[in-house]
Design a protein around this ligand. Structure first.
Ligand code: ASP
Length: 307
């Protein structure tokens, strides 16, 4: 039987050690540790990979440190338009939502789309209507407000730019989780507020199945970075295909995609992935990536910088 395993990310980018105060580093480390534990504990009790992924992502969405749920960036209209997706690799079922504004936990709405509808993706008010029907928690704009994201938006507006989370620090705060459960099933989930000052209706890679999120019986993948590049390289599915049809190992496929293909295109970012054996890869081509992982019976690993 495969060992169960879980990995999470809280975004990649130009995260410089000298810019992160010890207090902030401690806050991020604690947030990642707690989110990982939420998923790991479920896996330990025999829950499915999908449930573990949802639990870990909810923790990250509820934490304003990350650009997902509470703490999501501002769009050009001063709104928070969030994207999320979840995929169950055991049956290739998937659910996704795009440009939702009032849903506290977009990952749970994506799961509801997967489990309760015949569709894969709902957007905008149609997705929000489903959230109401399923009595998911809704919040007003104030809940999603954070001063830091507001200031970033003002800066981006003044410069007339569309930027990924922090333009100055170039940090992508999207969150995601991938897991392998005791039954040997894989799942992946990703959730984001997208890009600061993005156009009304812009959808990134995170909710696109095969783009920023994918899971099969081969691997589970969640991406973070310049969304448009991950969409055009069909990043998450490409990784799975390199393994399935190209015979590459998880590590080899990650190396090809993240360090070669994306770099050639000019796409900055990273991903987290786990395969059916419980091997974990956390590659990125940026300065850093908020990340944590743990395999059954092994020590927790939490890292931010390249080490
Ligand atoms: N990939 C996300 C997007 O383009 C951004 C991120 O990873 O922070 O929406």
């Amino acid at each position: 039987m495969a060992k169960f395993a879980i990995a999470i990310h809280g975004g990649a980018g130009t995260i410089k050690r000298e810019q992160l105060t010890p207090d902030k580093e401690f806050e991020y480390t604690r947030a990642l540790t707690d989110a990982l534990a939420a998923g790991y504990d479920l896996l330990e009790k025999g829950s499915s990979a999908t449930e573990a992924v949802e639990a870990a992502v909810i923790e990250l969405e509820n934490n304003p440190l990350f650009n997902a749920g509470k703490g999501s960036v501002f769009s050009a209209e001063g709104k928070h338009e969030m994207d999320a997706a979840i995929m169950d690799g055991s049956n290739l079922q998937a659910g996704a939502v795009a440009a939702v504004t009032s849903v506290r936990n977009p990952i749970s709405l994506a799961k509801a789309v997967m489990e309760q509808t015949k569709h894969v993706m709902l957007c905008g008010s149609g997705a929000e209507q489903l959230a109401k029907e399923f009595h998911l928690e809704l919040e007003d704009d104030e809940y999603f407000f954070t001063q830091q994201r507001f200031d970033q938006w003002q800066k981006a507006k003044e410069a007339g730019e569309v930027v990924l989370d922090h333009s100055d620090e170039k940090k992508f705060g999207t969150v995601g989780a991938v897991a392998l459960d005791v039954e040997g099933n894989l799942a992946a989930g990703t959730s984001t507020g997208g890009m600061t000052n993005k156009r009304y209706g812009r959808v990134g890679d995170s909710p696109l199945i095969g783009g920023g999120t994918y899971a099969s019986d081969i691997c589970a993948v969640s991406c973070t970075g310049d969304g448009e590049f991950f969409i055009r390289s069909v990043a998450a599915h490409s990784l799975a295909s390199m393994m399935k049809y190209g015979g590459k190992s998880l590590i080899e496929a990650c190396e090809q995609l993240v360090q070669k293909d994306l770099v050639e295109m000019g796409g900055e970012g990273g991903l987290i992935a786990v395969d059916g054996e419980g091997n974990i890869a956390l590659p990125f081509n940026s300065e850093g990536m908020y990340r944590a992982s743990r395999r059954q019976g092994e020590e927790l690993v939490v890292k931010i910088f390249r080490d």
